[in-house]
Design a protein around this ligand. Structure first.
Ligand code: PLP
Length: 279
Protein backbone atom coordinates (compact mmCIF):
# COMPACT_ATOMS: atom_id res chain seq x y z
CA UNK A 1 0.00 0.00 0.00
CA UNK A 2 2.99 2.27 -0.05
CA UNK A 3 1.64 5.53 -1.30
CA UNK A 4 3.84 8.52 -1.00
CA UNK A 5 6.65 8.73 1.49
CA UNK A 6 5.16 11.24 3.88
CA UNK A 7 7.83 13.70 2.87
CA UNK A 8 5.69 15.44 0.29
CA UNK A 9 4.00 17.92 2.54
CA UNK A 10 4.24 19.50 5.97
CA UNK A 11 1.01 18.78 7.80
CA UNK A 12 -0.81 20.08 10.83
CA UNK A 13 -1.69 17.31 13.31
CA UNK A 14 -4.94 15.76 12.07
CA UNK A 15 -7.42 13.22 13.36
CA UNK A 16 -6.64 9.77 12.00
CA UNK A 17 -9.43 9.59 9.42
CA UNK A 18 -8.40 12.94 8.02
CA UNK A 19 -4.83 11.70 7.87
CA UNK A 20 -5.98 8.80 5.73
CA UNK A 21 -7.82 11.15 3.43
CA UNK A 22 -4.69 13.22 3.22
CA UNK A 23 -2.67 10.08 2.42
CA UNK A 24 -5.01 9.77 -0.50
CA UNK A 25 -4.19 13.27 -1.67
CA UNK A 26 -0.48 12.56 -1.29
CA UNK A 27 -0.92 9.40 -3.30
CA UNK A 28 -2.57 11.34 -6.10
CA UNK A 29 0.22 13.90 -5.97
CA UNK A 30 2.81 11.15 -6.11
CA UNK A 31 1.16 9.69 -9.21
CA UNK A 32 0.56 13.01 -10.93
CA UNK A 33 2.30 13.56 -14.27
CA UNK A 34 5.87 14.57 -13.57
CA UNK A 35 5.81 12.71 -10.23
CA UNK A 36 4.83 9.41 -11.76
CA UNK A 37 6.96 6.40 -10.85
CA UNK A 38 7.17 5.30 -14.45
CA UNK A 39 7.64 7.17 -17.69
CA UNK A 40 3.94 6.64 -18.47
CA UNK A 41 1.69 8.63 -16.14
CA UNK A 42 -1.02 6.68 -14.34
CA UNK A 43 -3.74 8.49 -16.28
CA UNK A 44 -2.02 7.77 -19.58
CA UNK A 45 -1.77 4.08 -18.76
CA UNK A 46 -5.45 3.95 -17.76
CA UNK A 47 -6.54 5.79 -20.87
CA UNK A 48 -4.37 4.00 -23.42
CA UNK A 49 -6.20 1.38 -25.47
CA UNK A 50 -4.39 -1.95 -25.53
CA UNK A 51 -1.59 -1.76 -28.06
CA UNK A 52 -2.79 1.75 -28.95
CA UNK A 53 -0.66 4.75 -29.72
CA UNK A 54 2.09 5.12 -27.16
CA UNK A 55 1.33 1.86 -25.39
CA UNK A 56 3.89 -0.95 -25.55
CA UNK A 57 2.73 -3.79 -27.79
CA UNK A 58 1.77 -6.89 -25.84
CA UNK A 59 2.22 -10.37 -27.32
CA UNK A 60 -0.83 -12.35 -28.41
CA UNK A 61 -2.53 -14.32 -25.64
CA UNK A 62 -4.89 -17.24 -26.11
CA UNK A 63 -7.58 -16.17 -23.68
CA UNK A 64 -10.50 -13.81 -24.03
CA UNK A 65 -12.52 -13.14 -20.90
CA UNK A 66 -16.28 -13.69 -21.08
CA UNK A 67 -18.23 -10.47 -21.74
CA UNK A 68 -18.69 -8.56 -18.49
CA UNK A 69 -22.20 -7.43 -17.66
CA UNK A 70 -21.72 -6.66 -13.97
CA UNK A 71 -21.66 -3.30 -12.17
CA UNK A 72 -19.39 -0.67 -13.71
CA UNK A 73 -16.95 1.87 -12.25
CA UNK A 74 -19.46 4.54 -11.19
CA UNK A 75 -21.82 2.13 -9.46
CA UNK A 76 -19.04 0.30 -7.62
CA UNK A 77 -17.40 3.57 -6.54
CA UNK A 78 -20.72 4.83 -5.22
CA UNK A 79 -21.34 1.60 -3.29
CA UNK A 80 -17.83 1.60 -1.84
CA UNK A 81 -18.26 5.18 -0.70
CA UNK A 82 -21.56 4.29 0.97
CA UNK A 83 -20.73 0.97 2.60
CA UNK A 84 -16.96 0.74 3.09
CA UNK A 85 -14.61 2.63 5.36
CA UNK A 86 -13.62 6.09 4.08
CA UNK A 87 -10.02 5.05 4.76
CA UNK A 88 -10.06 3.03 1.51
CA UNK A 89 -8.74 4.79 -1.54
CA UNK A 90 -8.02 3.81 -5.11
CA UNK A 91 -5.51 4.53 -7.82
CA UNK A 92 -6.43 6.97 -10.60
CA UNK A 93 -9.23 9.52 -10.85
CA UNK A 94 -11.13 7.04 -12.96
CA UNK A 95 -10.33 3.83 -11.07
CA UNK A 96 -9.77 0.54 -12.84
CA UNK A 97 -12.52 -2.02 -12.49
CA UNK A 98 -10.62 -5.31 -12.76
CA UNK A 99 -13.07 -8.10 -13.53
CA UNK A 100 -10.97 -10.99 -14.83
CA UNK A 101 -7.45 -12.33 -14.54
CA UNK A 102 -5.53 -15.01 -16.39
CA UNK A 103 -1.92 -15.86 -15.60
CA UNK A 104 0.11 -12.64 -15.99
CA UNK A 105 -2.77 -10.57 -17.40
CA UNK A 106 -5.73 -8.65 -16.00
CA UNK A 107 -8.84 -7.51 -17.84
CA UNK A 108 -11.06 -4.52 -17.08
CA UNK A 109 -14.81 -4.14 -17.50
CA UNK A 110 -14.35 -3.43 -21.23
CA UNK A 111 -12.16 -6.48 -21.79
CA UNK A 112 -9.01 -4.35 -22.04
CA UNK A 113 -5.89 -6.35 -21.17
CA UNK A 114 -3.18 -5.24 -18.75
CA UNK A 115 0.15 -6.83 -17.93
CA UNK A 116 0.12 -7.25 -14.15
CA UNK A 117 3.47 -6.17 -12.79
CA UNK A 118 2.01 -5.44 -9.35
CA UNK A 119 0.47 -8.82 -8.41
CA UNK A 120 -0.67 -8.78 -4.79
CA UNK A 121 1.20 -5.51 -4.29
CA UNK A 122 4.33 -7.17 -5.61
CA UNK A 123 3.99 -10.10 -3.20
CA UNK A 124 2.01 -12.76 -5.10
CA UNK A 125 4.06 -14.40 -7.80
CA UNK A 126 1.77 -17.17 -9.05
CA UNK A 127 -0.27 -15.06 -11.46
CA UNK A 128 -4.02 -15.20 -11.80
CA UNK A 129 -6.28 -18.22 -11.98
CA UNK A 130 -3.56 -20.74 -12.73
CA UNK A 131 -5.47 -24.00 -13.37
CA UNK A 132 -3.33 -25.98 -10.89
CA UNK A 133 -3.97 -23.41 -8.14
CA UNK A 134 -7.70 -23.34 -8.86
CA UNK A 135 -7.90 -27.12 -8.83
CA UNK A 136 -6.13 -27.38 -5.46
CA UNK A 137 -8.39 -24.70 -3.92
CA UNK A 138 -11.60 -26.23 -5.27
CA UNK A 139 -10.66 -29.76 -4.24
CA UNK A 140 -9.84 -28.68 -0.69
CA UNK A 141 -12.92 -26.45 -0.39
CA UNK A 142 -15.11 -29.39 -1.38
CA UNK A 143 -13.70 -31.49 1.49
CA UNK A 144 -13.31 -29.11 4.42
CA UNK A 145 -12.58 -25.38 4.51
CA UNK A 146 -11.41 -24.80 8.03
CA UNK A 147 -10.79 -26.61 11.26
CA UNK A 148 -7.89 -25.65 13.54
CA UNK A 149 -4.31 -26.69 14.16
CA UNK A 150 -5.60 -28.16 17.44
CA UNK A 151 -6.87 -31.07 15.35
CA UNK A 152 -4.89 -33.00 12.76
CA UNK A 153 -5.30 -32.80 9.02
CA UNK A 154 -2.67 -33.91 6.53
CA UNK A 155 -3.02 -30.91 4.19
CA UNK A 156 -1.15 -28.37 6.31
CA UNK A 157 1.67 -30.82 7.06
CA UNK A 158 1.98 -31.82 3.38
CA UNK A 159 2.01 -28.18 2.29
CA UNK A 160 4.68 -27.31 4.89
CA UNK A 161 6.82 -30.22 3.73
CA UNK A 162 6.46 -29.16 0.09
CA UNK A 163 7.41 -25.56 0.88
CA UNK A 164 10.34 -26.56 3.09
CA UNK A 165 11.71 -28.73 0.28
CA UNK A 166 12.10 -25.56 -1.84
CA UNK A 167 13.93 -23.55 0.83
CA UNK A 168 17.72 -23.26 1.12
CA UNK A 169 19.90 -24.03 4.14
CA UNK A 170 18.24 -24.30 7.52
CA UNK A 171 14.96 -22.72 6.42
CA UNK A 172 13.01 -25.91 7.02
CA UNK A 173 10.21 -24.93 9.38
CA UNK A 174 7.04 -23.24 8.14
CA UNK A 175 4.61 -21.01 10.03
CA UNK A 176 1.54 -20.15 7.98
CA UNK A 177 -0.08 -16.75 8.37
CA UNK A 178 -2.89 -14.91 6.60
CA UNK A 179 -1.13 -11.71 5.62
CA UNK A 180 2.16 -9.89 5.43
CA UNK A 181 1.33 -7.93 8.56
CA UNK A 182 0.66 -11.12 10.48
CA UNK A 183 3.88 -12.74 9.21
CA UNK A 184 5.97 -9.76 10.27
CA UNK A 185 4.19 -9.43 13.63
CA UNK A 186 5.01 -13.07 14.26
CA UNK A 187 8.63 -12.70 13.13
CA UNK A 188 9.14 -9.74 15.46
CA UNK A 189 7.48 -11.57 18.34
CA UNK A 190 9.57 -14.72 17.80
CA UNK A 191 12.79 -12.69 17.57
CA UNK A 192 11.96 -10.84 20.79
CA UNK A 193 11.01 -13.97 22.70
CA UNK A 194 14.00 -15.96 21.46
CA UNK A 195 16.62 -13.29 22.20
CA UNK A 196 15.03 -11.80 25.30
CA UNK A 197 15.76 -8.40 23.75
CA UNK A 198 13.18 -5.85 22.70
CA UNK A 199 15.07 -3.59 20.30
CA UNK A 200 14.59 -4.08 16.57
CA UNK A 201 16.53 -2.38 13.79
CA UNK A 202 14.45 -1.40 10.80
CA UNK A 203 15.16 0.84 7.81
CA UNK A 204 13.71 4.25 7.07
CA UNK A 205 11.09 4.29 4.33
CA UNK A 206 10.22 0.66 5.07
CA UNK A 207 6.66 -0.71 5.13
CA UNK A 208 6.00 -3.81 7.23
CA UNK A 209 2.31 -3.72 8.11
CA UNK A 210 -0.23 -1.80 10.10
CA UNK A 211 -0.61 -3.67 13.40
CA UNK A 212 1.08 -2.96 16.73
CA UNK A 213 4.67 -4.12 16.22
CA UNK A 214 4.76 -3.76 12.44
CA UNK A 215 3.57 -0.16 12.59
CA UNK A 216 6.58 0.51 14.79
CA UNK A 217 8.86 -1.14 12.23
CA UNK A 218 7.23 0.80 9.41
CA UNK A 219 9.02 4.06 8.71
CA UNK A 220 6.67 6.18 6.61
CA UNK A 221 4.62 8.80 8.41
CA UNK A 222 1.63 8.17 6.12
CA UNK A 223 1.24 4.71 7.58
CA UNK A 224 1.69 5.46 11.26
CA UNK A 225 -0.91 6.39 13.86
CA UNK A 226 -0.32 8.09 17.15
CA UNK A 227 -0.21 4.94 19.27
CA UNK A 228 2.57 3.44 21.37
CA UNK A 229 5.25 1.88 19.15
CA UNK A 230 8.24 0.81 21.18
CA UNK A 231 11.73 -0.49 20.62
CA UNK A 232 12.25 0.04 16.89
CA UNK A 233 15.24 2.06 15.68
CA UNK A 234 15.27 3.19 12.07
CA UNK A 235 18.62 3.23 10.31
CA UNK A 236 19.24 4.90 6.96
CA UNK A 237 17.93 2.98 3.98
CA UNK A 238 20.59 2.20 1.39
CA UNK A 239 18.84 3.87 -1.52
CA UNK A 240 21.43 4.28 -4.27
CA UNK A 241 19.39 7.09 -5.89
CA UNK A 242 18.15 9.25 -3.00
CA UNK A 243 20.03 7.82 -0.01
CA UNK A 244 22.35 9.96 2.11
CA UNK A 245 25.38 7.85 1.11
CA UNK A 246 24.38 7.07 -2.47
CA UNK A 247 25.45 3.51 -3.21
CA UNK A 248 28.21 3.32 -0.60
CA UNK A 249 27.05 0.16 1.19
CA UNK A 250 29.71 0.27 3.92
CA UNK A 251 28.52 3.65 5.15
CA UNK A 252 24.95 2.39 5.49
CA UNK A 253 26.23 -0.69 7.35
CA UNK A 254 28.16 1.61 9.69
CA UNK A 255 24.98 3.60 10.35
CA UNK A 256 23.26 0.38 11.42
CA UNK A 257 26.16 -0.47 13.72
CA UNK A 258 26.07 3.01 15.24
CA UNK A 259 22.30 2.80 15.67
CA UNK A 260 22.87 -0.38 17.67
CA UNK A 261 25.83 1.03 19.62
CA UNK A 262 24.30 4.40 20.48
CA UNK A 263 20.55 3.76 20.36
CA UNK A 264 20.12 0.41 22.08
CA UNK A 265 21.57 -1.68 24.90
CA UNK A 266 23.88 -3.20 22.29
CA UNK A 267 21.86 -6.42 22.11
CA UNK A 268 19.03 -6.30 19.60
CA UNK A 269 16.29 -8.82 18.90
CA UNK A 270 16.55 -8.55 15.15
CA UNK A 271 16.78 -6.62 11.92
CA UNK A 272 13.86 -6.28 9.54
CA UNK A 273 13.95 -4.98 6.00
CA UNK A 274 12.22 -5.54 2.71
CA UNK A 275 14.39 -7.32 0.16
CA UNK A 276 13.57 -4.41 -2.16
CA UNK A 277 11.76 -1.28 -1.01
CA UNK A 278 8.97 -0.82 -3.50
CA UNK A 279 8.33 2.87 -3.10
C1 PLP B 1 6.82 -5.13 2.16
C2 PLP B 1 5.49 -5.36 2.79
N1 PLP B 1 5.45 -5.92 4.02
C3 PLP B 1 4.26 -6.14 4.65
C4 PLP B 1 3.07 -5.79 4.04
C5 PLP B 1 1.77 -6.04 4.77
O1 PLP B 1 1.08 -7.06 4.15
P1 PLP B 1 -0.51 -7.21 4.32
O2 PLP B 1 -1.13 -6.05 3.64
O3 PLP B 1 -0.80 -8.53 3.67
O4 PLP B 1 -0.81 -7.24 5.79
C6 PLP B 1 3.06 -5.22 2.77
C7 PLP B 1 1.80 -4.85 2.13
O5 PLP B 1 1.78 -4.16 1.15
C8 PLP B 1 4.29 -4.99 2.13
O6 PLP B 1 4.35 -4.43 0.91
Amino acid sequence: PQAGTGREAEREPEPDMQRLASSRRLLRAALAPGRAHSSLSAAAVAAAPENGAGAPKMPPFAYTPPPYDGPRVAEIAQKRAQFLSPSLFHFYDRPLNIVDGKMQYLFDEDGRRYLDAFGGIATVCCGHCHPDVIEAIVNQAKKIQHSTVLYLNHAIADFAEALASKMPGDLKVVFFTNSGTEANELALMIARLYTGSHDIISLRNGYHGNAAATMGATAQSNWKFNVVQTGVHHALNPDPYRGAFGSDGEKYARDIQETIDYGTTGRVAGFISEAIQVC
